[in-house]
Design a protein around this ligand. Structure first.
Ligand SMILES: Nc1ncnc2c1ncn2[C@@H]1O[C@H](COP(=O)(O)OP(=O)(O)OP(=O)(O)O)[C@@H](O)[C@H]1O
Ligand SMILES: [Mg+2]
Length: 229
């Protein structure tokens, strides 16, 4: 069987932010890797660098030093254009505040990642319909986001994050803005879609329930990542 490249491989990663005269070190010589497919949960106190880590993995932000490889692609050595293309094709995003576009219907929100990847073919449209059915919202496809509940909006956002068939989903507190019942519904959909398609997840979360869908939990502390379960 063909050996898959690591999901992520971080080597000698350093990142700090300068504000005025003070420099805040987020990571210093961080070494970390995950196999694929893998569902990782990342916890850690506010300000420890969890969102920064996701931004480095997706190539939105760059490290001061070190190598970042994602799915065999060297993010840290790529040009901005290469990083944008890589991110668009291979990564899906799920956010705490859903981030749906209010002037577009559910269906048009979902088609956006397909248009960005010039993937408006029959197979991709059928995938969009299939995923909407899977989260129970096919009948609501012509509704606007502000007519949907928070839980429904997050299920639409979940479909949007997976519609272009990315290998890796990055999620930052995906249930942070949902009540318990909706969090359960979103997590169940997320977990079953990931496992069916053998996709990987790196999820920042504080929710005990969300930790339950992860293969491993890692804590961000003292500028590094430590496996806690
Ligand atoms: N662009 C920036 N310029 C300066 N400092 C920044 C910048 N982005 C983040 N920081 C700082 O880096 C640290 C890590 O931020 P980050 O957003 O990664 O934390 P976090 O672990 O995601 O926190 P939270 O749980 O509150 O979301 C924080 O102290 C933050 O203030
Ligand atoms: Mg954060």
């Amino acid at each position: 069987m063909e050996q898959l490249s690591p999901l992520i491989s971080l080597r000698g990663l350093s990142k700090s932010y300068r504000e005025g005269n003070t420099e805040r070190t987020i990571f210093s010589d961080l070494v970390f890797s995950l196999p694929q497919p893998y569902a990782a949960a990342i916890i850690g106190r506010s300000g420890s660098g969890k969102s920064t880590l996701l931004n480095l993995i997706s190539g939105i932000d760059l490290p001061d030093q070190g190598d970042i490889e994602v799915l065999g692609f060297s993010v840290s050595a790529a040009t901005e254009k290469e990083r944008t293309l890589f991110r668009r094709r291979n990564i899906g995003f799920l956010f705490q505040f859903f981030n749906l576009i209010p002037v577009l219907t559910v269906w048009d929100n979902i088609l956006l990642p397909l248009s960005l990847n010039s993937k408006n073919d029959k197979t991709s449209l059928a995938r969009a319909e299939h995923l909407l059915h899977r989260v129970g919202l096919f009948e609501r496809r012509f509704a606007y986001p502000d007519h949907l509940s928070g839980g429904e909006q997050q299920r639409v956002a979940l479909v949007r994050s997976l519609v272009h068939d990315p290998e890796l989903l990055l999620a930052d507190e995906p249930t942070g803005n949902l009540d318990e019942k909706n969090a359960t519904i979103v997590l169940e959909a997320l977990s079953s879609l990931l496992r069916e398609e053998r996709k990987s997840l790196i999820m920042v979360t504080h929710s005990r329930e969300a930790l339950g869908i992860a293969d491993g939990v890692f804590t961000m502390e003292n500028q590094s990542l430590v496996k806690s379960s």
